[in-house]
Design a protein around this ligand. Structure first.
Ligand code: AMP
Length: 172
């Protein structure tokens, strides 16, 4: 993962002053890094019977789709308000910079699903917790949480639900 890490760049003061933004687009555009991310994500979940990967808009769509494809699962988008066409459920939450809402289709998850919820970066954990609450309300058999990378000094893991297996490939 050192190679992938070396391809992630820091953008200072984006999207607002004081935030160091971890920009994964520079890793996604690198063929070797993208392949390594896909392989490492798949290795984590290949043997866990996962049936659906939920990706959080928008950067969670990239790794989430690759993971779903690699392990033979389906892909479900968790999106910003007003983007999904059918009936949705939604949750509002605090994040590192401001408040936000995410939505998911009401019929996206079935009770016999085993789900991985995926995003690119764990910052404060607010986004993932909201996504978890939405998925949990649909009563799947099991839920895993996964990130490509995490920013430990923001203590995001402490804000995630207890007793849920959380993985990430890279720690900054
Ligand atoms: P949070 O809810 O604070 O864990 O924020 C996570 C979401 O916001 C993820 O979708 C990240 O892509 C994005 N995000 C928050 N902070 C950062 C950061 N410093 N660098 C990159 N992405 C971030």
């Amino acid at each position: 993962m050192e190679y992938v890490k070396s391809k992630i760049r820091d953008i200072n003061d984006f999207p607002q002053k004081g935030i160091v933004f971890k920009d994964l687009t520079t890793a996604f555009k690198d063929p070797k890094a993208l392949k390594e991310i896909g392989r490492a994500l798949a290795d984590l979940y290949r043997d866990k019977g996962v049936t659906k990967v939920v990706g959080i808009e928008s950067r969670g769509f990239i790794g989430g789709s690759i993971l779903a494809y690699e392990i033979g699962a389906g892909f479900v988008p968790a999106r910003k308000p007003g983007k999904l066409p059918a009936e949705t459920i939604s949750a509002t939450f605090e994040k590192e910079y401001g408040e936000d809402t995410i939505e998911i289709h009401r019929d996206a998850i079935e009770e016999d699903d085993i789900v991985v919820i995926h995003d690119d970066v764990l910052a404060t954990g607010g986004t993932m917790h909201a996504a978890y609450d939405l998925v949990k309300s649909m009563n799947p058999r099991k839920i895993y949480i996964n990130f490509i990378s995490e920013i430990p000094f923001l203590h995001g893991r402490e804000n995630l639900p207890e007793g849920v297996e959380v993985t990430s490939l890279i720690s900054f």
